[in-house]
Design a binder for this molecule. Sequence first.
Ligand SMILES: [Fe+2]
Ligand SMILES: [Fe+2]
Length: 315
Amino acid sequence: MYAQMVDTGANKLRALEDMGPEERAFQERVDADVKIEPKDWMPEAYRKTLIRQISQHAHSEIVGMLPEGNWITRAPSLKRKAILMAKVQDEAGHGLYLYAAAETLGVSRDQLVADLHAGKAKYSSIFNYPTLTWADIGAIGWLVDGAAIMNQIPLCRCSFGPYSRAMIRVCKEESFHQRQGFDIMMTLCRGSAEQKAMAQDALNRWWWPSLMMFGPPDAVSNDELRQRFVDQTVPQADYLGITMPDPELKWNAERGHYDFGPIDWDELYNVVKGNGPCNRDRLQTRVKAWEEGAWVREAALAYAEKRAARAQKAA
Ligand SMILES: [Fe+2]
Ligand SMILES: [Fe+2]
């Protein structure tokens, strides 16, 4: 879910008149906010960046199903179970739009999935944390989907047509996810002292990893988006009556923003390197699901071939 705007890969230091005709046409389209479509000429670096970014994004959606999927059988009511199933299914859908968008660039989904399963491809580190209680499902929707929306809204305007169109739909669904998470938190915070403590515990564990979702400090937009997320989320926690696990968090009237304490980047790098609490478990679960689902893919393929053969015969 952590994603940035796409670097076009065109050499910006070069004046338009020094570019070849194809590169110039490409750059002019990008500058004029006209979407680049799969069959258009594009610089190799642009194609590569897009494949990497879109596939990482797709993997994040799919791996992101796992921590929440763990709670489908244990949701506290039939209504919560139905909502959670719909939410996890949405994430599968996000993965599918994104794999399909990546395939328009000339890679196969099988290859992308193989890279994920071999540990060669990255996905968002946030999904390497465990979901210990039901309140974690609330905290994930509220904070993780909330941070994802903030990261992804700029992508609705990205230059590559299939990615930008997929992101418009994804963002609409993410805002539902965010609200369902907040709704779980609200129910817990209005409940017994034990339920409220559970909500506070989940906030304590998910707050810092959520801030890390915006990526390391940079000159472009990570810090700006992170600040926006903090400014939006702190009043929501106040409303819930729970507090961020950050003693340095306070309103700065001069800046018109919340100040917050330092982020432990060593923790993020450690999780990125594969040493988070659940990295191994997540990949194993994915590989097992892929292997056990092989017969479904084979059956679907055989059925499609049979139908095509019948249609050909009839024609
Ligand atoms: Fe999603
Ligand atoms: Fe989501």
